[in-house]
Design a protein around this ligand. Structure first.
Ligand code: GDG
Length: 735
């Protein structure tokens, strides 16, 4: 197992200072547990804030030495930085933004600057400790910029990132003034993991819309590398919960803790009493007031449950200095008071409310005693409490009511699902949970247990690391095919040593960049100069092979000293000759196809039709990215039916769909040309799907180069038209 550097805002240790002594205890949090075998093995290290501001240099040294024993490395932050980076940008800007609470977002430049600074501090600490080719795993929304800072300074590192909270839709993230920086920050990683596919999908859509990068399934194509996106729903230490719950259940009454005895007394106070449990940090994302309102509604609708059911609500204090959290605390206090005032009895309270945290053992006692867990966040990345409850129900006598807005809802389909904003529906769900028969409870619980047990925190961590390693293999594969200096010099050598040469060149995307308006994409002076001098080299033929119509090609290159193949091989023009039609056909078919394409133009703003002798082309480069892609799928489907039994075919290019007469392609045209013009050096460059015909038809010894990183039969690839021009320039200079 290779070395791993883990980075998260907080170190997995607790530091307590009493009198003059410092005590460090490792934390038993989920992340620390899951990563233990990676962290503690092979001289790995965990980098993060130790949760303490040292009062002197000496204290700083002591903390550093103490946490080092736990294989941790501290990043020390000042009070000012904590307030600006942590309370500020992380918790007052990103947290509400990523959880869809746009009205709470604070936009402050000073917060952003501190965030940038702390992310740089983290990256520097990582770099100072990273050996060559180490793996780095960065966690969560406080460190979104770290991957890219690392990538720039240390491209050798293998960087993974996992986001523990939701990634919001593009419509939400677009409001952030620093949205591009945030996304670029993340794209420094090789692998980015999310809890659910929805978050991954939102991220990929934002990448496309904000930065314009191509996204191909779960890969983002950058200029010189790819970023992989995947889904890893975080699990829990299942066996630990199961084991403790089993032990607790088997304890005699006298051996039980005070909390457990109180629970027993409550349950025995009346026959058929039931307990509902909720546990969360007191956070506005957790839907606590909505939950209380639903419980109140339930008691109103079902007075028969008075004295028979209580809601134990454990809310852990969180971000207590922040105004919204103080307001929320007041709101919850008032609601709990109202409900208890309205429905309570001398010996019974409908809501048993704790505003504090509890020891782990008590938590398990609550989980294993509760008949129902009522977890109703308005937004939640995952919600581990739901999984912990399931693992603790060793006798399977429990029902989970879970918000559909929690990431966990994607895996826990057997839970009773609610929209937490729907008070009536949630109240109904409480009733349904309390009245569910044993058989149904057991069946649902057992199914969920099996699933959660399988994909536990260890599996989660190992799957991520495995995917990171695999990603790196794929990056290496990618670099092996890239036209490197070594490959360039071998092609150049072959070029200079050969007696006769042919270079096939596609135009759009290969020699020139894409323009929104294809007519604006004519050659520039630099390109003319490059092509002219290449074509002047003795015994060298330049062949431009394009899907372009011959009129345009004639205008741009008609007078030049190179061969032109236009309209995917339908027309050919040798140097100094006129255009020759390779396969004469009639154009009647266009009458049927044109109205269909027009209907697509009408329904897809920004798209347009181009007519060529042998084809009709629908361009959608200027249309909305997602609408364009959707319509393209629809169009291909419609067209496949329409052209059935006709001598036509559909070609899907880059942001174009072309319906054309079949049997005509760049490959057959090139093969025909080679029969009349044999050569001992053949090279072809193209970026499009249609260029694959060309690569396939050429003799095995040819040098085939794809422009772009999509799958191709070409031997090598270059990233973009700029790299093509640079390479051609080197070639002409070599001769
Ligand atoms: C973030 C995302 C995502 C709670 N009260 C006590 C206590 N806890 C423990 C629970 C559980 C953890 O805290 C809470 O985890 P959640 O997942 O529910 O929520 P967040 O803290 O908001 O975490 C979340 C998570 O990251 C992981 O990716 O699921 O969506 O917001 O483990 O048991 N533990 C003890 N006493 C308490 O009183 N000992």
């Amino acid at each position: 197992m290779g070395r791993l550097i883990i980075a998260s805002n907080r170190l997995p240790v607790k530091i307590e200072k009493n009198e003059n002594e410092m005590i460090v205890t490792p934390s038993a949090g989920g992340l620390a547990t899951g990563l233990k075998s990676y962290h503690k093995g092979n001289d790995s290290v965990w980098i993060g804030w130790p949760g303490i501001i040292p009062e002197s240099k000496e204290e700083e040294k002591t903390v550093t030495t103490l946490v080092k024993e736990e294989q941790c490395l501290p990043v020390f932050l000042t009070e000012e930085l904590i307030s600006m980076y942590y309370d500020g940008f992380s918790n007052a800007t990103l947290w509400p933004l990523f959880h869809y609470f746009t009205e709470y977002i604070e936009y402050r430049r000073r917060y952003w600057e501190a965030y940038l600074k702390v992310n740089e501090m983290f990256a520097d600490a990582i770099i100072a400790n990273a050996k060559e080719n180490d793996r780095v795993w960065v966690h969560d929304y406080q460190l979104l910029l770290v991957p890219n800072i690392l990538r720039k300074k240390r491209p050798d590192l293998k960087i993974g990132f996992f986001l523990h909270i939701p990634f919001p839709s593009y419509e939400i993230i677009r409001v952030l003034p620093w949205r591009e920086e945030i996304i670029e920050g993340l794209l420094g990683a090789d692998l980015i993991g999310f809890h659910t596919y929805d978050y991954a999908r939102h991220f990929m859509s934002s990448v496309k819309r904000l930065l314009g990068y191509d996204v191909d399934f779960n890969q983002i194509k950058l200029e010189n590398r790819q970023v992989f996106i995947d889904v890893f729903p975080m699990g829990i230490d299942y066996k630990k919960f199961e084991k403790l719950a089993t032990e607790i259940q088997s304890k005699s009454i006298q051996e039980r803790s005070r909390v457990h005895q109180d629970i027993d007394r409550f349950l025995m106070g009346m026959p058929d009493r039931q307990l509902i449990l909720s546990i969360d940090r007191l956070d506005y994302t957790k839907g606590i007031p909505e939950r209380l309102k639903a419980f109140r509604h339930f008691l109103k609708e079902h007075p028969e449950y008075i004295e028979k059911v209580s809601l134990i609500m454990l809310t852990v204090p969180s971000r207590t200095d922040v105004e919204q959290y103080q307001n929320l605390k007041n709101e919850v206090d008032v609601l709990v008071g109202n409900i208890n005032g309205e429905f309570g009895r001398l010996n019974w309270a409908p809501v048993i409310y704790f505003y504090r945290s509890m020891p782990f053992e008590n938590l398990i006692e609550l989980y294993s005693s509760a008949d129902v867990a009522l977890l109703t966040p308005l937004r939640d990345g995952m919600n581990l409490v739901a999984k912990e409850y399931i693992a603790s129900k060793v006798k399977q006598r429990g029902v989970l009511v879970l918000s559909e807005m929690a990431g966990a809802a994607k895996e826990l389909g057997e839970a009773i699902s609610v929209n937490p904003n729907n008070i009536v529906q949630t109240a109904d769900a409480i009733y349904k949970a309390l009245t569910m028969n044993d058989e149904d409870r057991t069946k649902a619980m057992r199914t969920m247990q099996r699933r959660i047990k399988r994909y536990d925190i260890y599996k989660w961590a190992s799957e991520f690391i495995k995917a990171l390693d695999h990603t790196i293999d794929r990056q290496m594969d990618y670099h092996a095919r890239k036209v490197s200096t070594r490959i360039k010099s071998s092609i150049t050598k072959d070029f200079t040593n050969s007696k006769s040469r042919i270079i096939f060149l596609d135009y759009d995307g290969t020699l020139q960049r894409f323009f929104d308006n294809p007519q604006a994409a004519g050659p520039d002076e630099e390109l003319y100069d490059l092509l002219n001098s290449l074509s002047k080299i003795e015994h060298t033929k330049l062949v431009l092979v394009s899907g372009r119509d011959r009129e345009t090609f004639d205008r741009w290159f008609g007078s030049k000293n190179y061969t032109l193949i236009a309209e995917h091989g339908a027309w050919l023009k040798n140097t100094g000759e006129g255009w020759k039609e390779r396969k004469p056909v009639n154009s009647e078919w266009k009458e049927n196809i044109m109205p269909v394409l027009e209907s697509y133009v009408d329904r897809t703003p920004g798209s347009l039709i181009e007519e060529k002798t042998y084809s009709l082309v629908w361009h959608y480069r200027k249309a909305d990215i997602e609408l364009g892609a959707l319509r393209a799928l629809e169009l291909v489907h419609d067209m496949s039916n329409l052209i059935f039994n006709q001598d036509l075919e559909i070609m899907e290019g880059k942001k174009v769909i072309e319906v054309k007469v079949s049997g005509i392609n760049k490959g057959t045209a090139a093969a025909e040309f080679l029969m009349d013009n044999p050569a001992d050096f053949i090279m072809a460059l193209g970026d499009d799907w249609t260029d694959e015909f060309l690569f396939k038809e050429l003799p095995e010894s040819s040098h085939t180069i794809k422009v772009g990183t999509e799958n191709s039969v070409a031997k090598y690839f270059l990233n973009n038209y700029k790299e093509v021009r640079e390479f051609l320039d080197e070639l002409r200079k070599a001769k």
